[in-house]
Design a protein around this ligand. Structure first.
Ligand code: 9MR
Length: 338
């Protein structure tokens, strides 16, 4: 029997279902196909999944007009057969422009046509199967106010966001359409800008329904839980759904039992913040197990950001999430959010 069921009883997804909140993980194509423990753990613990990479433009449309749906289809089939909701990530992202897109001069009309075709094709294929799309990812600049420079921005103009959301809404009117970004989880210059941007989009009648807060944090340095709640609540006041979309809490190596305990406390605080926020409908971690995580490759000297260790054993962080989802249900008794 798997340790998760021994050590902590009820799977996280059952607790999350009872709270009416989504709990999920970003899923990678290769282990989904080849690692049965990965599939079993996902199916047992998560009621939601999101594509880590296989729905990005460079993977799903590697050549102009030629689509490769293999990875995304496998993900959609896995979600359906395990009764999970599927998030789509992501239609427009400055980092996922393949050669055919970036090594050419486009007119504005041509690039709008590429955007419209891409979104109609991808959103159309998964219509009714993807609950929420990250339509635009990371459009705001980190360092200076305003939208970051990108092919989409520079050729189409700042209204590329409005167009992307409008195309996605036409392709699947029932899908919830999200703007997703990082460093906007707390109250700061970038989150104020994100707030102003989404407020203005709503005022223009753009079909945007939600905002994703990525939450890639260091285990001992992240916004205070009450700040996370206040920030999510101001977006809820605009009528937007909020989700924590890419949570991981990376630990500086060496990873020690003491650091794992602190990481667990942090996970508990962040899940409790999500449960407390008025309109937060899901928390997704950016990966399932420390066996497959973007963290060590991107942040030298960091590791172990997720809920399961490399052998699929639940970490203290898993137990803290378990506790946050269960004890709070008794003490606060909040109703379903979905
Ligand atoms: O985890 C993803 C990694 O495997 C990819 O190499 C990388 C580039 O496509 O993207 C990573 O996921 C990113 C996500 O799509 C957007 N927010 C930041 C994530 C971590 O870099």
């Amino acid at each position: 029997m798997h340790a998760a069921t021994n050590a902590t009883g009820t799977p996280l997804r059952d607790l999350a279902d009872a709270r009416g909140i989504g709990i999920g993980a970003a899923v990678a194509t290769r282990p989904l196909a080849g690692d049965s423990a990965y599939r079993a753990t996902l199916a047992r613990e998560m009621n939601m999944i999101v594509a880590e990479n296989c729905m990005k433009l460079h993977q799903i449309q590697p050549r102009e007009g030629q689509y490769d749906f293999a990875g995304a289809d496998a993900l959609a089939a896995f979600a359906a057969s395990n009764n999970m909701r599927l998030r789509g990530h992501t239609l427009v992202w400055h980092q996922s422009a393949p050669g055919w897109l970036k090594d050419r001069q486009w007119s504005r009309a041509e690039l709008l046509n590429v955007l419209s075709q891409h979104i109609a094709t991808v959103v159309g294929r998964y219509k009714g199967r993807v609950c929420c799309w990250d339509v635009v990812n990371e459009a705001l600049d980190d360092k200076i106010p305003g939208l970051r420079t990108s092919l989409w921005h520079d050729v189409i103009g700042p209204d590329y966001l409005d167009h992307a959301f409008t195309f996605a809404h036409a392709a699947d009117p029932r899908a919830k359409l999200f703007y997703n970004d990082y460093c906007t989880e707390g109250l700061n210059r970038k989150s104020d800008e994100q707030y102003a941007m989404l407020k203005a989009m709503l005022a223009r009648g753009v079909p945007v329904h939600g905002v994703g807060f990525q939450c890639h944090f260091v285990f001992d340095s992240y916004p205070a839980p009450e700040t996370l709640v206040s920030n999510m609540n101001r977006f809820a006041d605009l009528g937007l759904e909020t989700q924590i979309t890419e949570l991981d809490l990376r630990i500086s190596t060496p990873v020690t039992p003491e650091k794992l305990e602190r990481q667990a406390r942090a996970y508990g605080e962040i899940f409790r913040a999500a449960l407390e926020a008025r309109n937060c409908t899901a928390v997704l971690t950016w990966g399932l197990t420390d066996k497959y995580s973007w963290v060590p490759a991107f942040f030298k000297g960091f590791d172990a950001g997720l809920l399961f260790d490399k052998d699929y054993e639940p970490k203290p962080a898993h137990d803290a999430v378990h506790q946050a989802l269960s004890i709070d249900a008794v003490s606060r008794g909040s109703g379903p959010k979905l």
